[in-house]
Every structure is written in C-alpha cells, then in structure tokens.
Design a protein around this ligand. Structure first.
Ligand code: PXP
Length: 240
C-alpha cells in the first residue's frame, strides 16, 4: 500500500515565540515532539527577515533531529551559503517577498534561471535533496526537470482557497493532477503543500504518486486545541 509522507512545518511555533521576544514556545521542542509523534520530516523556512525561524533554530534542530530536516530557503547567495554550511537533508527553494504574509505563489523559474541551476547543483553535490516550490503547471514542471531538481513541491494554495470558499476547484485540481503525472513521468519526486487542512489533504491524497505533503499553519493552529501529537496522528490517518 502506498504511504504518503507527512512533513510538519513548525515555523509558526517560532512566530508565537517571537511575538513576545521570549524563548518559548521552543521550535526545537516542537520538532522533537513532532518526530516522536510520527512526522516523517520537519520543515523550517529561514526567511530573509527572520520573522519566525532564526539561524540558531536551524543549528539546534539540525543537531538534534533524527528524521530528515527540510529547509526552505529563497534563491539568494546568503541562503545558499547557510544551506551549504548546515547541510540539511532536504532543501526546498521557495520564492520570497518581504511584504508577503506567506509564500504567495510558486517560484518564477525563468527569473534567475542560471543562478538557480548553479545553486541546485551545489546543494546536491553537498549532499542535500533539492526540491523546487512551483505552481502546478506543465511548463514549470518541465523547467524544474531542466534545472536538475530532485523533486517539485506543487503549490496547493489556490486549490485550498477554492475548496474552503466553496468555489469551483475542478480546473485547479486538473492542473495539479496533470503536473503530478508529468513530474513522475520525467523522474521528479512530487510533493504538495500550502494551505492544507484535513479536508484538502484528504482530497489531494487520492491523487496517486504524490509522495509527500508539507503542512504547517493549520496543523500548528489545530494543535492548540487537540495537541501536536493528536493532530499529527489525525493527518497521518488522512494521508493513509
Ligand atoms: N510548503 C512550502 C514550500 C511553504 O512555503 C509552506 C508555507 O511556509 C508550506 C508548504 C506550508 O504551508 P501552510 O503553512 O499553509 O500549511
């Protein structure tokens, strides 16, 4: 039976910590509890403005975690150097705008194409698996392959918004399905993430060949009410 992996994004534990400038809740504690509760990997996004995860979190989590650490970074020289130094198991390159609330769309793969290609090569040679966070469209899937990424993570934000607002999501679902099929056909491992809750994760888990889901905001929010271990267990049931 296929088993979809669950990556738990703990950025918003750091958001709550930073809101008071204190040292709790501790993202390392959350990462270790998520590991104990069955997460397959832990995701952290080190943003240029350090609004949630900070460099010290990366070092601590990397040194203590036994499951893979997935580091999300922008395509910049600063982040490349940090990733080369820390060697996370997985890296997902994401777009980043200072003024955005969250990662609003997939990477523009044509912008900085040459830099991206070199960055991916260096990271792979350094021992990290490299994924690109892209919109679910065939052009970007092909470009990710050309750039030599190991994986793609399809941005599911638009799909989730349509479902949550009870709007017609069929076209977006078709785009996701087609991207999954093409990605697998050309040898990319396909992941999905952004905006997922129980309902939308369940819907997308029915698409064969999505290997991994990365879930953060809803999961951390729901954990306030039912606890992180219970929420991870619920998601693992959903993704079974
Ligand atoms: N995947 C990527 C590449 C992301 O940037 C994010 C948001 O940080 C997520 C997944 C998780 O999205 P959410 O927090 O909405 O579950």
């Amino acid at each position: 039976m296929k088993r979809i992996k669950l990556g738990v994004n703990i950025d918003h534990v750091a958001t709550v910590r930073n809101a008071r400038g204190d040292n709790y809740p501790d993202p390392l504690r959350a990462a270790l509890l998520a590991q104990k509760s069955g997460a397959d990997s832990i995701t952290i996004h080190l943003r240029e403005d350090r609004r949630h995860i900070i460099d010290k979190d990366l070092e601590l989590i990397k040194s203590r975690l036994r499951i893979p650490l997935n580091l999300e970074i922008a395509a910049t020289k600063e982040m490349l150097d940090i990733a080369l130094k820390n060697i996370p198991d997985f890296i997902c390159i994401v777009p980043e705008k200072r003024e955005e609330i969250t990662t609003e769309g997939g990477l523009n793969l044509n912008y900085k194409k040459n830099f991206l290609k070199k960055m991916i090569l260096k990271l792979k040679e350094n021992g990290s698996r490299v994924s690109l966070f892209i919109e679910p469209n065939l052009k970007d899937v092909e470009m990710a392959h050309y750039l030599n990424a190991d994986c793609i993570e399809l941005h599911t934000g638009r799909f989730c918004n349509l479902v949550n607002n009870k709007r017609n999501f069929k076209k977006e679902l078709v785009k996701i399905k087609r991207s999954v099929i093409l990605g697998n056909k050309i040898g990319l491992e396909v992941h999905a993430g952004h905006g997922l809750n129980y309902k939308t994760a369940k819907m997308l888990s029915k698409i064969d060949l999505i290997k991994e889901f990365n879930i953060g905001h809803f999961l951390i929010g729901e954990s306030i009410f039912i606890g992180l271990p219970n929420c991870i267990k619920n998601f693992k049931k959903v993704l079974r």
